[in-house]
Write a protein that binds this ligand. Structure first.
Ligand code: NAD
Length: 715
C-alpha cells in the first residue's frame, strides 16, 4: 500500500503495477466529495513518486464505480465568483491531467455505474474495460451545467463530435454495448471478469502489443475534423439541440459552443475554454434551481422512507371504477407488478379500461421497452369484475368512481363490508374532504386519500392525504404502494383541493381576473407558455375539462370564500352552459379537431368572443410581465398558505408537488423557489401592486414578517 485514505487506496500489485482503488469507508457508494478530491490529488502524487511504475489500474470496491460529484456541494461552490469557479476547475483538472500523463499505461475497470465526474475520471485513463451490466454517462445538463472536469474535451476527441454531442446534450446513461460500439469503452466483459481483463490489457501495453501512447495522444490533441466538417457538425447540432432543449435550458447549447471553440486546440488550452464556459452556466438561476430540485427530490425520498417504515405489503390491490382514472391506476399497478382487481358497475366501462391498458402496453412493446411476454404477464395482473367476490383477499382499495360525495360515501361503506378488517381503503377524489368521506366508514383509521393525476401512467405525483382519523399504518401502506407503482408520493393534510388543486385553482382565478380585464386568452396562453408552462391556462382548462373545473371551483369557493368565491359568473361557467366542456366535448376555450394521426389539435374559437366580452368588468391593459404576475402571484400565495397551514410539511415537498403534479416549469424550481429568487420583500411588493384584483393577491402576515426579517424559504 503506497497510499491509504478514507476514500482511496493505492496498492502495489506485482510487476510495478499499482491499483488506485475507490472504496469510501462507511458508505455503500463512491462519489467525488471534498474528501475524495483531496485524497485523489494525494494518491496521484503518490503514484508520481514511484520511479519504476509500469501501469495503473483504476478500480472501485463498491457495486457502482463512482456515481459522480457530490451534488450537495454545488450550491456552495457555484455561489463563488465566475473567476473562482474557473480557478477551481483548472486546479482539479490538473489532477486528472496528472493521471493521464503518468509515464505508464492506465486502465479503468468500470464494474458498475460511472456517471459525471466518475466517468470523466474513466476518460482520463488510456483505456476503459467495462462490465456488460455497467452504465456510463455525463448527466450534468440535467442540473443546468455540462461536464467540467475534462469531459467536454476528452469525449469528442475519443468518440467523435456527433456522438459526444449526443452523450453530453442528452445527459443519458449509456449501456456497455453502446459505449463499446462508439469507442467510449475498449473491452466489455462480465462483471466478475472486469478486473482481470483490465490487468490483462495493462500487460499487453507493457508487452508493446498495444500502443497506449498513440491512444493517449488522440485525447490530448485537437479534434480530427477539417474546419469545414467541424463547422457543419457543430452548427447543425446547435440548431437541433437548441430546438429540443428550448430557450429555458441553456446548458446543452453552451456545451456545444465550448466544444466548438476548443475543437482545434490541444488539451490544456481546451480545458481553459471548458472551465470558462462551465463557470458561466454554473452561475445561472436555471442551474441553481435544477440543483435545488435534485436536492429536494432526495429530501422527499428520505421523507417517504420514514413514512413507509413497517408498512404492510400490498400484495393484491383493487380499484373501484374503470374510468379514465381507474383504468390508468389498474394499468400502472399491473405493469409495476402488483395484481389488481378492477371493479365497475358497467360492463362497457370495464372493457374500455382493459382496452386502454392494452393500448398502453402495446405502445411499450412497439417502442421496444417491453417484450410481448411481459405485456401478457402485465395484462393478466388486471382482473376485471362486476362483483365484490374476491375482495376478501385485497390489501388496498383505490376508490375512483364518479366525483360525487354521496356516491363515494355509499361505495366506500359498501366495500368496507367486503374486505378484511386490516384492508386499507383510499379515495382518488380530487376535491372531497377525506375526513368527510371517512364519516361513512366503520374503520376511518384505515382510510386516506390517494390522489393520482391524469394521465396516470405519465404523471409522477401521488398525493397521499391524511384525514383527521387516518392512522400511520394506512399512510405507510399507501405511500409504499405508490412507490411500488413507480410514483413519487407526497403526504399532505386534508383541506379542500388538498395541496395541488388548492394551489392550481387560484392560478385559474388569476386567469379569470385577466379575462375580466379583457386580456385576450390566446395571448395569456402564449405568455405563460413562454414563461415555461407546458400549456397555457386556457388550454390546460380545456384538458382538465371545464365542467370538472367548475365543480372543483365550487368546492374551493366554499372552502375558502374570502378569496376564492366570486360574484361574477366566470367565462368557464358560461362556456359549460353552452355545452363547451373542453377537449372531451370537442370545444372549450378552443375548438378541437383530430389530425391525421388521431391527435387532438386546438384551433381558435372566434365564436366565443361575444361570451368573453360579456365577462369583462373593466377593460385594462396588461404588459406581458403583468400577465405573468397576475397568474403567478395567486399560485405562489396559495403555496405559502399551504405551508403556513401545515397542509404540506416542507417547502421542498410543496415545490416538488407542483412540478410533478401540474408541470410547474422545473427550471424555475417551484413556487417557493420562485419567491426566493425574486426576494420575499420584492414578491410582497409585487403582490400589493395587484391588491385591486382581490384577496388572492394578499400576502399573509407571516410572509410580510419574513420579508421584514430578510428570510427565505430555502437556506
Ligand atoms: P370516469 O367517469 O371516467 O369514471 C368513473 C367510473 O366509475 C365509471 O366507469 C363508472 O361506471 C364507475 N362507477 C360509478 N359508480 C360505481 C360503483 N358504485 N362501483 C364501481 N364503479 C362505479 O371518472 P374519472 O375521470 O376516472 O374520475 C374518477 C375519480 O378520479 C373522480 O373522483 C375524479 O374526481 C378523480 N380524478 C379524476 C382526474 C381526471 O383528470 N379525470 C384526476 C384526478 C382524480
Amino acid at each position: 500500500m503506497i497510499y491509504q485514505g478514507q476514500a482511496i487506496q493505492v496498492i502495489a500489485l506485482e510487476d510495478n503495477i499499482f491499483e488506485l482503488r475507490f472504496d469510501r469507508e462507511g458508505s455503500s457508494i463512491n462519489k467525488f466529495d471534498e474528501q475524495a478530491l483531496t485524497e485523489f490529488k494525494a494518491a496521484i502524487e503518490a503514484l508520481q513518486g514511484q520511479s519504476n511504475i509500469a501501469g495503473v489500474l483504476v478500480s472501485s470496491a463498491k457495486d457502482a464505480f463512482i456515481v459522480g460529484a457530490d451534488i450537495t456541494m454545488f450550491h456552495g461552490v457555484f455561489a463563488r465568483s465566475e473567476e473562482e469557479i474557473v480557478e477551481m476547475n483548472l486546479g482539479l483538472n490538473q489532477i486528472f491531467n496528472a493521471l493521464e500523463d503518468l509515464p505508464c499505461p492506465t486502465v479503468t475497470a468500470i464494474n458498475g455505474l460511472a456517471l459525471g465526474g466518475g466517468f470523466e475520471l474513466c476518460l482520463s485513463t488510456d483505456y476503459r474495460v467495462m462490465a456488460d451490466s455497467a452504465k456510463v454517462g455525463l448527466p450534468e445538463v440535467k442540473l443546468g451545467i455540462f461536464p467540467g472536469w475534462g469531459g467536454s474535451v476528452r469525449l469528442p476527441r475519443l468518440i467523435g463530435v456527433d456522438n459526444a454531442i449526443e452523450w453530453i446534450c442528452s445527459g443519458n446513461e449509456k449501456r456497455a454495448d453502446k459505449a463499446l460500439f462508439e469507442g467510449a469503452a475498449d473491452v466489455v466483459v462480465s462483471v466478475d471478469q472486469v478486473r482481470a481483463a483490465a490487468l490483462d490489457l495493462l500487460a499487453q501495453c507493457q508487452a508493446g502489443k498495444v500502443d497506449y501512447l498513440a491512444r493517449r495522444a488522440e485525447k490530448t490533441s485537437p479534434v480530427k475534423l477539417t474546419p469545414m466538417d467541424a463547422m457543419m457538425a457543430f452548427e447543425t447540432a446547435k440548431g437541433f439541440v437548441a430546438g429540443k432543449a428550448g430557450p429555458h435550458y441553456p446548458a446543452p447549447v453552451a456545451a456545444i459552443k465550448a466544444m466548438q471553440k476548443h475543437a482545434a486546440m490541444g488539451r490544456d488550452k481546451a480545458l481553459e475554454v471548458e472551465a470558462k464556459a462551465f463557470a458561466k452556466v454554473a452561475k445561472t438561476d436555471v442551474c441553481a434551481n435544477l440543483v435545488g430540485l435534485f436536492l429536494s427530490d432526495q429530501q422527499i425520498k428520505k421523507v417517504s422512507a420514514s413514512h413507509v417504515e413497517g408498512a404492510a405489503k400490498v400484495g393484491q390491490a383493487a380499484v373501484l371504477g374503470a374510468g379514465i382514472m381507474g383504468g390508468g391506476i389498474a394499468y400502472q399497478s399491473a405493469v409495476k407488478g402488483t395484481p389488481i382487481l378492477m371493479k365497475d358497475i358497467n360492463e362497457q366501462a370495464i372493457q374500455t379500461g382493459l382496452d386502454e391498458a392494452s393500448r398502453l402496453l402495446s405502445g411499450q412493446v412497439e417502442r421496444g421497452r417491453m417484450d410481448s411476454k411481459k405485456m401478457a404477464a402485465s395484462l393478466s395482473r388486471i382482473r376485471p369484475t362486476l362483483s365484490y367476490g374476491d375482495f376478501a383477499e385485497v390489501d388496498l382499495v383505490v376508490e375512483a368512481v364518479v366525483e360525487n360525495p354521496k356516491v363515494k360515501g355509499m361505495v366506500l361503506a359498501e366495500v368496507e363490508k367486503q374486505v378484511d378488517k386490516d384492508t386499507i381503503l383510499t379515495s382518488n377524489t380530487s376535491t372531497i374532504s377525506i375526513s368527510r368521506l371517512a364519516e361513512s366508514l366503520q374503520r376511518p383509521e384505515n382510510f386516506c386519500g390517494m390522489h393520482f393525476f391524469n394521465p396516470v401512467h405519465r404523471m409522477p405525483l401521488v398525493e397521499v392525504i391524511r384525514g383527521e382519523k387516518t392512522s400511520d399504518a394506512a399512510i405507510a401502506a399507501t405511500v409504499a404502494y405508490a412507490q411500488k407503482m413507480g410514483k413519487t408520493p407526497i403526504v399532505v393534510n386534508d383541506c379542500p383541493g388538498f395541496l395541488v388543486n388548492r394551489i392550481l385553482f387560484p392560478y385559474f382565478g388569476g386567469f379569470a381576473k385577466l379575462l375580466e380585464a379583457g386580456v385576450e386568452l390566446a395571448r395569456i396562453d402564449k405568455v405563460m407558455e413562454r414563461f415555461g408552462w407546458p400549456m397555457g391556462p386556457a388550454y390546460l382548462l380545456d384538458v382538465v375539462g371545464l365542467d370538472t373545473a367548475v365543480h372543483a371551483n365550487g368546492v374551493m369557493a366554499e372552502g375558502f370564500p374570502d378569496r376564492m368565491a366570486s360574484d361574477n359568473p366566470s367565462a368557464i361557467a358560461k362556456l359549460v352552459e353552452q355545452g363547451r366542456l373542453g377537449q372531451k366535448s370537442g370545444s372549450g376555450f378552443y375548438n378541437y379537431e383530430k389530425d391525421r394521426k388521431g391527435k387532438l389539435r386546438k384551433q381558435p374559437a372566434p365564436e366565443i368572443q361575444a361570451l368573453l366580452d360579456s365577462v369583462v368588468t373593466e377593460k385594462r391593459d396588461f404588459s406581458d410581465e403583468e400577465i405573468i404576475a397576475a397568474m403567478m402571484v395567486p399560485l405562489c400565495m396559495e403555496t405559502v398558505r399551504c405551508l403556513e397551514d401545515n397542509i404540506v410539511a416542507s417547502a421542498a415537498e410543496a415545490d416538488m408537488g407542483l412540478i410533478y403534479g401540474i408541470g410547474f416549469p422545473p427550471f424555475r424550481g417551484g413556487a417557493l423557489r420562485y419567491i426566493d429568487a425574486m426576494g420575499v420583500a420584492e414578491f410582497c411588493q409585487l403582490a400589493d401592486s395587484f391588491a385591486g384584483l382581490g384577496n388572492l393577491y394578499k400576502p399573509t402576515d407571516k410572509l410580510r414578517a419574513m420579508a421584514a426579517d430578510n428570510q427565505r424559504f430555502y437556506s
